[in-house]
Design a protein around this ligand. Structure first.
Ligand SMILES: [Zn+2]
Length: 333
């Protein structure tokens, strides 16, 4: 575990770090940015593990996974791997940076060639803390490697950013997320399918969603709305718009879920089996939709969703977007 080999997705970041290892060209400061849940810490740890591994020979791209050092990294117990900690949840103070990095870096590694610092949630460093850190990354001892992880690169001082090799984590494909969820997490492929659209390429978020009751509620609500749209009264319709537009941030994901729904309806209409559907748990309703909607109208539904997404980007009011969308989705022929 915690090897590059076990990381799914993020090929560009992985390859950059592994090439540095292969070439023996290790930079002393890296900034890995990406949303919370994207696996920045796992990536940083895999890199640290390879740097510290006792059995890795020059030019090798991966830790051995079994030496004393590798085991220490696995158990969070390596004296030359420092995870910077902080007392206040929303702040990494200048004292914490001075004590754990600036001062500590002057002490030579205990047992390895490198001494690796991982500063997670680095955006929580205030300006003073970042300035203190800057001194270290401007003139680090040759054994020091500083890994700065952040979900908000804009909060980092330009002076700090410009000293780092910058790597960005990118959204995973649905297949990759599915692989992560079903690999040893006790999550079934069917459970995984449900959250793929909503997770927006973020495996951490996907894991949370699988366990989240609010997500289940929203999904259930959408199934109810979509399966009833064709014969709903205007009043129900208004309530639905209220429910959905309350959280503007989630609206784009709702459109993804809707697209999955009509995709299922279309597939089933074209002869797909229940096992091929995402909404297997609402199979009867999907089948009903396949009877209700014409092929031509399903095509229009997809187009209406594309329009809705564009409107959302252009900051059109959510209520208005949904009214337009539902007007189209209510048609059956
Ligand atoms: Zn090793």
């Amino acid at each position: 575990m915690k090897n590059f080999d076990t990381i799914i997705g993020q090929r560009a970041v992985r390859e950059h770090l592994q090439n540095s290892l292969a070439l023996g060209k290790i930079s002393q400061a890296y900034m890995i940015s990406g949303e919370k849940g994207m696996g920045k810490k796992l990536m940083a740890t895999a890199f640290a593990k390879a740097l510290l591994c006792e059995e890795r020979s020059e030019g090798e791209k991966e830790s051995c996974g079994s030496c004393h050092s590798c085991k220490q990294v696995e158990s969070h117990n390596h004296p030359d791997l420092i995870y910077v900690t902080h007392d206040k949840p929303q702040l990494i103070s200048v004292d914490e940076i001075r004590k754990q990095v600036v001062g500590d870096v002057l002490i030579r590694p205990y047992q390895s060639r490198y001494k690796v610092y991982i500063i997670d949630e680095a955006e929580l460093m205030n300006e003073q803390a970042q300035n203190a850190l800057l001194k270290t990354i401007e003139e680090p001892p040759e054994y020091a490697v500083i890994l700065i992880l952040t979900s908000n690169e804009q909060m980092m001082l330009q002076t700090v950013r410009s000293r780092c090799i910058k790597l960005s984590m990118t959204p995973l494909t649905k297949e990759e997320i599915k692989k992560i969820l079903t690999g040893g997490n006790n999550i079934s492929p069917v459970q995984a399918e449900r959250v793929l659209s909503f997770s927006r390429g973020n495996p951490g978020r996907a894991k949370e969603l699988v366990l989240s009751e609010t997500f289940e509620k929203k999904r259930t609500l959408l199934i109810r709305i979509l399966s009833g749209l064709a014969d709903s009264s205007v009043y129900q319709w208004t309530d639905n718009i209220e429910d959905l537009s309350s959280d503007k941030k989630e609206l784009a994901s709702c459109f993804d879920l809707m697209e999955d729904w009509y995709r299922d309806v279309l597939l089933y209409k074209a002869g797909a089996l229940k096992e091929q559907l995402i909404y297997q748990d609402a199979f009867a309703k999907v089948a009903q939709g396949a009877d209700t909607y014409s092929y031509r109208q399903l095509q229009r539904n997809f187009e209406a969703l594309t329009v809705a997404r564009e409107q959302l980007k252009r900051q059109v009011r959510p209520q208005l977007i949904l009214e337009n969308l539902f007007t189209e989705l209510r048609r059956t022929k």
